[in-house]
Design a protein around this ligand. Sequence first.
Ligand code: GLC
Length: 640
Amino acid sequence: MIKRFSFGNPIETEATVVKLPVSSENELTKYIKLSADKKCMTISLEPDDIVYGLGESVHGMNKRGFTYISNNTDDMHHDEDRYSLYGSHTFVLIDSLSGRKLGIFLDYPASITWDIGFTDKDLMTVSLEDADYNLYTVEGEDDLSIIKEFRELIGPSYMGPKWSFGYVQSRWGYKSGDDFREIIANHKKYDLPIDSICMDIDYMDDYKVFTLNKENFPDLKALMDEMKAENIHILPNVDPGIKCEDGFSIYEEGKKKGYFCKDENGEDFVAAVWGGLTVMPDFLRPEVREWYGDLYKEFIEAGIDGFWNDMNEPALFYSRKHLKEVAHDLKTLEERVDDLTLNELWDFTATISGLSNNPEDYKSFYHTVDGKKVRHDKVHNLYSVGMTRASAEGFRRNNPDNEMLLFSRASYIGGHRYGGIWTGDNCSYYSHMDLLMHQLPNLNMCGFIYVGADTGGFSFHTSEPLMTRFLQLSMFTPLFRNHCALGKRDQELYRFKDIDTMRNILNLRYSFIPYLYESACDSAENGKLMFTPLAMAYPDDVRARSIEDQLLVGDSIMIAPVTAPNAVGRYVYLPEAMRMLRFRSVDDFDDIELEAGNHYVDVALNEVLVFVRGGHQFYMAKPANRTALMEDADFKYFER
Ligand code: GLC
């Protein structure tokens, strides 16, 4: 049973596709206590309650014990003390052993603070900055039916084309077509499957969006034809900001038409991103979305059929205004060099690090929504949705016959209908595999199905064992991309020693694609989870409630990846008897029947576990080095 409550004057976010009538406040569930000013709600938590949701945020699958802030943030340190990451997914689901099952969706695009048993372990306190929002409550018999009802409210999810389930090689630093040729040649040499290669910002002319460095990319169409002949998709990175440069036609046109966000004086708001001083398209206006969406056209005409939208929180390295203030502080620092106190030093370092993504900057520019001026921070989390929607609608106009791949860094519920997401700049940490396990079901319940993480880790240097274990987890996610930062160790799979293991993992992934793609489409269209916590699938099993390192993938299988350094095995809990497949390769695997209960299972570095559930079938296809060369016919079939 789903209900809508509306307070104040909510911004129309278009997060939902069903427009529910507004219920009166006295129909609000007894579990939620609203403050008189409606800016705060409290919900008491029973000791065994699980609180799922909040999509991409840090911490466990069960969000209890921490505070989260829904405020899209460019932060490459996904550590445990981070309140916000790139996406704001403002749906939670409380599951009580006593039978209370309650979904809460706050449709409010400014900052929301969720204190989920942090200040008081038995209390959840949700605070909003204003009392202008829509609150949806979903009550039902079980978690999965609540999720289905919620997902019907927000509409079907975007799904990438089947080829986008192939392996994607990426890194920040590929500079030219020769880099792509080298990757393809090495994948051929070592017989490693691959479908796509990402072009990071290095392809642009001086970081100007929708331009090409002509020296390195003299003829994009010819390069794309060459790539097509190899069955390789090239995926360019696109940033929202437009470099302020006289003579840059996109900048000049947008400026002339008044398409950029404005400062308090009605001038274009200028902040720095990659290309230096940059303006931000006002994606909240339909005519700006249409204009921006058509900017992809030239690339599409050259043969490109996939993009990744980046930096769209939007990330602001600094604003001109704020930099001036810091420059002023720097002058005063000069007078203090002989007796600087520690407090002054700390203040100064905080001022410098506070230059990027500064909250005051987000309060200093404006959008036009239905002809009215709206301060950015009031609609901050919608910015990326506007960009994703602009791209998706542009694709439909300019390439209606082709399915396009699109994934974004920032997101808010509603954006799930237009594109997938990746989880941003993670690190080469073992713990970031655990984080991904926790994010996957929580993202799915918020509508995001085409998702994946930077496999191997973006920041820091990866190691061969870490990459191997990360691949063995990412091989189950729709987006399967190896990506890393500029200056980090080369992590293309052929750089490592045990290439046979890398090949076996990729081949396994390709042979699982028909199963994974079908499961993903089923989840996207039918409001199901692709990654389901055990507690939801086995609601009567109390032990399953605390399992956060195993997930069901689709209807038929369970995964239990190894995420600990140097581990050669792990404990696995089976809520029912299952058939355990321990793969070393597509053809070399153990097939063992295991009883329900706790087991310790050996899992060598070259092994991947798949558990087949009772009453279900799991099938594999014959792998190939491109998805386009695969036949879907079952090659291996397992039934339990
Ligand atoms: C951002 C992206 C990252 C990309 C880099 C350069 O940090 O999150 O994936 O490689 O920008 O474009």
